[in-house]
Structures are given as structure tokens and as C-alpha cells.
Design a protein. Structure first.
Length: 300
């Protein structure tokens, strides 16, 4: 809870100072003067709670709240309205639009602190549930649902910043034969070992690995060009070979191997879409399988 991030949206500097002073000992606080600055800040920063003023120059707080709740990316962020409008009609309007709480000005510090704490406690529990719903039960790495959200976010970031984004599709070779020969339980153990080796061998903090489905994994590599992506793909093939998981029924090796399809979006082509990137990686995978497996192929 200590490191929770709170965004204060208020054009009144005195309110900003008082709220910051009230919350700073416990939380990370950032202030912006209007709704436009709030949306700009949210493009690149994660926030756990928003304290939102209603009467502001430009877009007012109600409209800002409506837009926050309309966007999947900002919808889960709890909003507390802090407003000088103290009529029950105003409060009802804010709550109906999706605010979690409503504090009227002038406010007492203890009330602000208590209400913020309540909302952050609820948020923490919701985040935990969200996390549990995003993790694959077998391998304990991010699941397909988590991947879909993460990948869409990274794609937008890459288009906006004009930065490359690489994707690796990773598939265990002859895994049906492995299951048939060693049994489904051993198959599960193998999937766990492969997943953890893949996660432990991704170099950059921004690299992301998920279970794509069955015996297939996917890596999202923000900021990585073709060379870096292929270097990582080849390294992952080697790492999995070196796990030395016996697979006597594999026609190509005595141990478990993987095939990888790789592709890169260069951040400069707005015509392509995120799904085209997956399709390209899938084509690379098909070629890697056709070329004999146990290796990586880049498809642009
Ligand atoms: N043990 C176990 N097996 C799984 C799981 N998910 C998928 N599989 C198995 O993975 C196998 C995938 O087989 P295929 O798609 O035919 O591919 P493959 O045998 O790996 O052959 P190639 O990909 O062409 O090298 C199937 O037998 C699935 O039952 C799982 O959670 N646990």
C-alpha cells in the first residue's frame, strides 16, 4: 500500500498543495491541472487512484470521469471526486458516472486519508483477483488473457513512440509423442520446466512471456529489433536443449526441443495491425517446423 500511486486532478494550486501534504507521507502523489493533462499522464503512467475535481477549465470532472470509465485501460482505476458542489444531486451524478466516493470541499485531512485508504484496500483486493485470473494454473506464468491485454498495450505504445516491437511464437516439438510416451503428468511437468526456463532467460525487464495455449508460448519484446529478437530466439532454443529433458520418441533429438517463429514491427508502419504481427510470427513458426524444427526462423 505504501507505494500506491495517486493522481490529483485539480486546477486550484492550494488544493494540490494541501492534498499532496495530506497523502505524501504514505503514497506517491502526482498533480495535474486539468483533464487533458490527466489523460496525457495516464498514457504512460500507471495510477492506483484518482482524486478528481469537478469544476476545472476545459473539460469538467464529470465529462473526464465519463471518458475514464469508457476506456478499458482506465476503467478499473478508482476515482474519488473532490468537489465544492455539495448538493446531493451532484454527488449522485458523480457516483452514477462511476466514482467510488465523493468528498466535498472544504475537506478535512483525516477524512481524505481514510477514504483514500478504503478505496486503495478495495483496489488491492481487485488487483489480486485480476492477477489470479491472469496467471496460467499449470505453469504459473501469464496466460492467454493476460497476453492479449499486454500485447495490445505494447502495440499501442510502440505505434505511438515509433519503436520496434518483436514477437516470438514458441512451440515444443513433437509434444504429442512426448505425452503419448511418458504420460500426461510428465507432459505437464515438462511444460512447467520449459515455461520457467523461458521466463528466466529473457534478458530485458520489459520482455514478457506468456503461455499462448497448449504447448505453445509467446514472447513480446518491446524495443527489440530483428537482430536482438533472433539472438534471444536462438538462445532460448539452446537453453531448452540444455535442459536435457529426455524425449526418446522425438525423431530429431534425444531430448525436448522447441521451434520459434519470430517477427518485428518497426514502429513506422501504421497500416499494419497487431494481429498481423502474430500471423507473421506464426508463418515463421511454420517455416521453422518445415525446416526440421529445433530452431528459429524470422518472417517479416
Ligand atoms: N501434458 C499436457 N499436454 C498438453 C497440454 N496442452 C496441450 N498438450 C498436448 O500438446 C500436444 C500438441 O500436439 P501437436 O499440436 O500435434 O504438436 P506436436 O506433437 O508438438 O508436433 P509439432 O508441433 O509439429 O512438432 C497434444 O498432444 C496436446 O494434448 C497440457 O496442458 N498438458
Amino acid at each position: 500500500m505504501k507505494s500506491a500511486k495517486i493522481l490529483i486532478v485539480d486546477d486550484d494550486e492550494l488544493n494540490q498543495v494541501i492534498l499532496t501534504k495530506t497523502l505524501t507521507p504514505q503514497y506517491q502523489v502526482h498533480c495535474v491541472n486539468d483533464a487533458e493533462a490527466m489523460f496525457a499522464w495516464l498514457e504512460d503512467n500507471s495510477v492506483d487512484l484518482i482524486l478528481l475535481d469537478i469544476m476545472m477549465p476545459g473539460m469538467d470532472g464529470y465529462e473526464a470521469l465519463k471518458q475514464l470509465k469508457h476506456d478499458d485501460r482506465t476503467q478499473p482505476i478508482p476515482v474519488i471526486i473532490i468537489s465544492a458542489n455539495d448538493s446531493s444531486g451532484d454527488e449522485a451524478k458523480g457516483l452514477e458516472l462511476g466514482a467510488m466516493d465523493y468528498i466535498t470541499k472544504p475537506f478535512g485531512s483525516a477524512i481524505v486519508r481514510a477514504r483514500v485508504k478504503n478505496q486503495l484496500t478495495i483496489k488491492q483486493k481487485n488487483d489480486l483477483l485480476e492477477m489470479l485470473a491472469s496467471i496460467d494454473g499449470l505453469t504459473e506464468i501469464p496466460n492467454r488473457r493476460y497476453f492479449d491485454e499486454h500485447f495490445a498495450r505494447e502495440w499501442r505504445r510502440s505505434v505511438r513512440a515509433g519503436l520496434p516491437l518483436s514477437v516470438l511464437l514458441i512451440d515444443i516439438d513433437y509434444f504429442k509423442r512426448y505425452n503419448d510416451n511418458y504420460g500426461h503428468q510428465k507432459g505437464d511437468e515438462c511444460l512447467k520446466k520449459v515455461a520457467s526456463a523461458l521466463v528466466n532467460n529473457c534478458q530485458r525487464g520489459s520482455d514478457f512471456i506468456a503461455r499462448y495455449g497448449g504447448e505453445e508460448f509467446v514472447a513480446v519484446l518491446p524495443g527489440s529489433e530483428e537482430d536482438t529478437a533472433m539472438a534471444l530466439a536462438n538462445k532460448l532454443c539452446r537453453v531448452i536443449r540444455e535442459l536435457n529433458i529426455p524425449h526418446i520418441d522425438s525423431p530429431i533429438a534425444e531430448h525436448i526441443t522447441i521451434s520459434i517463429g519470430a517477427t518485428t514491427f518497426n514502429g513506422d508502419n501504421n497500416d499494419s495491425c497487431e494481429m498481423a504481427l502474430i500471423e507473421n510470427a506464426d508463418k515463421g513458426m511454420y517455416q521453422a517446423k518445415k525446416a526440421g524444427r529445433n530452431g528459429a526462423v524470422f518472417h517479416s
